[in-house]
Write a protein that binds this ligand. Structure first.
Ligand code: NAD
Length: 234
């Protein structure tokens, strides 16, 4: 039995990291065009670095919450893969091992001419004047709006193999990531955990859990364990 978990900014909200949209969302303070596109990088790289340096500091000061930990525990019981849109490393720090970062990882840099050249960022700040081994400026290892999503093919294949699919804390408005749900097998059990789940676009046949992740994710998993779901289906 293969469980695929698809997470978005909402799973990290209770760890103190701002979501993308909504009240007090990141884009209340910044516009996407200013900081999260290739054009922004070409126009004002210092501002882009500053934006991600602030985000990286926030990530380094945040801790995983009960939802991240419950998913890491689930990996001990079942075949689990997390596909995350998040650029934070809270799944890793909670102990999950099988993770696909669709939109990159803020704790890494990449060469601005060769995205394959990646380096862990020592400390919290990536500065202009820091170069890759081929001599080009390092940028944050994140997928900006308008850029290709190199991990999309891998994610699509995983989704097609899922027996259980759990979506947590995503508005399903960022593409192409949001298209993943269209590749689910018909027989797959589907769950959506989000306080806004009741208002989301039509999701026929989904189990909608209108609640916050740190409460609902451990509850769902504990419920499965207590009914022996994994023993039966392994
Ligand atoms: P989004 O902001 O568009 O949607 C967040 C969703 O989380 C909303 O549906 C909201 O109702 C829900 N939510 C809020 N609090 C929640 C909680 N406590 N528990 C469960 N759900 C909760 O975010 P998105 O759909 O992930 O798309 C945004 C993009 O922004 C992603 O591509 C991601 O790369 C990026 N982003 C990442 C982070 C991060 O790494 N932590 C933070 C902000 C944005």
């Amino acid at each position: 039995m293969k469980i695929i978990v698809f997470t978005g900014a909402g799973i990290s909200a209770e760890s103190g990291l701002k979501t993308f949209r909504g009240e007090d969302g990141l884009w209340e303070d910044y516009s996407v065009e200013e900081v999260a596109t290739l054009q922004a990088w070409r126009r004002n790289p210092e501002l882009v670095q500053e934006f991600y340096n602030i985000r990286r500091k926030a990530v380094s000061e945040a801790d995983p919450n009960a939802a991240h930990y419950a998913l890491a525990e689930l990996e001990k019981e079942a075949d689990v893969c997390i596909i995350t849109q998040n650029i934070d490393d809270l799944h890793e720090r909670a102990g999950s091992r099988n993770i696909v970062h669709l939109h990159g990882l803020i704790t890494y840099s990449q060469s601005s001419i060769d995205p394959g050249l990646r380096y862990p960022i020592a400390g919290r700040e990536l500065k202009m004047g820091t170069y890759c081994e081929k001599g080009s400026q390092l940028r944050p290892h994140v997928v900006w709006f308008g850029e290709d999503v190199p991990m999309m093919d891998k994610a699509m294949k995983l989704v097609q193999e899922s027996d259980i699919f759990i979506t947590i804390g995503t508005s399903l408005q960022v593409y192409p990531a949001a298209n993943l749900i269209h590749f689910l097998p018909e027989t797959c059990e589907k769950y959506l955990i989000d306080p806004n789940a009741g208002n989301m676009r039509e999701l026929n046949g989904w189990n909608l859990i209108v609640d916050k992740a740190a409460k609902a994710v451990p509850e769902l998993i504990e419920g499965w364990k207590s009914t022996g779901k994994f023993n039966k289906q392994r």
